[in-house]
Design a protein around this ligand. Structure first.
Ligand code: ADP
Ligand code: MG
Length: 208
């Protein structure tokens, strides 16, 4: 991943979030407070716009800048989670380009930060349920010597599978957990956003 690809990733996420905003909010209306799409849209619109004024010299600068904007503009539970995650991913890449294996380590740092902030484990019906399988798939391909396109596609597919697997789960973290067993049967909105973020990476790599 180089600086231009990092920029393209953020812009692609912003486009996908804009397109999926109502779906994300609809998912959050079922088991939350119906603001997730609006939150993510506000954050990624701001992050994407901020990139235009930035002349970054590392991949990390792009992703740290994005995380900082998400921290300021997303709000809710997901602002600190995604903001912290992007900052943590960026903080591991102090070079103009990262190898696929370096990006795998950076994505692991992002998940570690999400876990540190939110204390969710797989099965709690959160972003962790999409990020964990996505990271595992990405790492598996990277370790096998696959290129970024192959690793990102595998991660996107795994994230979507992880997102779908949240439907039968009972939420144990965040607002949805207040619903108890009534949170069962719906997809987790944050897992849906995470799937979208990994799909955007694959799309940005493919479009390059
Ligand atoms: P809020 O719940 O404050 O309204 P959002 O609607 O923007 O915030 O985000 C909700 C999403 O945040 C959930 O779908 C879930 O994926 C994620 N989330 C909430 N709490 C946690 C947590 N402790 N750890 C990981 N993810 C969490
Ligand atoms: Mg909400």
């Amino acid at each position: 991943m180089d600086i231009n690809l990092a920029r393209a990733w953020v812009h692609t996420i912003a486009g996908a979030v804009a397109e999926q905003k109502d779906r994300l909010t609809w998912l959050d209306s079922a088991i939350g407070d119906a603001d997730h799409g609006t939150n993510m849209h506000r954050g990624f619109t701001a992050a994407s716009a901020a990139l235009d004024g930035l002349v970054p010299d590392t991949v990390g600068a792009v992703l740290i800048g994005t995380g900082t904007m998400l921290l300021s503009f997303v709000g809710g539970a997901s602002g600190p989670l995604f903001g912290g995650a992007f900052r943590a991913v960026g903080q591991t890449i102090y070079t103009p380009a990262a190898t696929t294996q370096e990006l795998a380590e950076a994505l692991a740092a992002g998940l570690a930060e999400v876990t540190q902030i939110g204390a969710a484990v797989p099965g709690d019906k959160t972003v962790v349920d999409a990020w964990t399988p996505a990271l595992a798939a990405f790492r598996h391909r990277a370790d096998a010597g696959a290129d970024l396109a192959e690793a990102a596609l595998a991660a996107a597919d795994a994230a979507e599978e992880g997102m779908r697997a949240t439907a039968p789960l009972q939420a144990r973290r965040g607002r949805a957990s207040y619903l108890g067993t009534r949170s069962i049967g719906q997809l987790d909105p944050g897992a849906a956003s995470t799937a979208l973020i990994f799909r955007a990476l694959a799309d940005a790599v493919t479009a390059r």
